[in-house]
Design a protein around this ligand. Sequence first.
Ligand SMILES: CC(C)(COP(=O)(O)OP(=O)(O)OC[C@H]1O[C@@H](n2cnc3c(N)ncnc32)[C@H](O)[C@@H]1OP(=O)(O)O)[C@@H](O)C(=O)NCCC(=O)NCCS
Length: 172
Amino acid sequence: MTRAGDDAERRDEEERRMALDLEPVILGALTRADARRCAELEAVLFDGDDPWPAVAFERELASGRNHYVGARIGDLLVGYAGISRLGRVALFEYEVHTIGVDPAYQGRGIGRRLLEELLEFADGGVVFLEVRTDNEAAIGLYRSVGFEQIGLRKRYYRVSGADAYTMRRGAQ
Ligand SMILES: CC(C)(COP(=O)(O)OP(=O)(O)OC[C@H]1O[C@@H](n2cnc3c(N)ncnc32)[C@H](O)[C@@H]1OP(=O)(O)O)[C@@H](O)C(=O)NCCC(=O)NCCS
């Protein structure tokens, strides 16, 4: 495409985003139809750390143990998050599997809303998660809702070799 074409496309995208900014963020169920968009966001958010392809989201969504939620502005999916119930009998424990917000919409409270929705699903249960030790934004978010660091997993992330903290939130 020509430079003028690129510029026009960028302007269109900017205008579309500005129009969307005026609309509220709505949380709701994540569906199979969202898998491709989730994979697109993953590729940006977890570049170099084994981002999930669409088929991984489809698999996650197919499991009755999992609870997935999406954040939308108009028809644009701007965030997603999922949690899994562990064990077969109560009292259940839970594990956060993923959470991500489109970089263009980060810092507006969407990640917190998504996480709160997952924690509602896990009401009364202990919740675990893994997070890269250098992921300050996510660690800040998790601490703010009661997660505490309980362990260090060396080279937890296979591709980058980065370390992870295991965090735990007691039953509430
Ligand atoms: C982590 C993530 C989901 C947070 O989403 P978000 O919509 O930007 O977060 P929010 O605006 O709801 O902020 C919630 C809290 O996160 C923390 N936080 C967010 N951005 C931060 C930053 N840049 N530095 C430090 N803390 C930050 C703060 O505690 C914040 O609370 P506050 O606004 O009351 O201070 C988002 O940064 C993201 O998608 N990151 C890439 C994917 C990822 O790392 N996922 C987690 C894998 S374990």
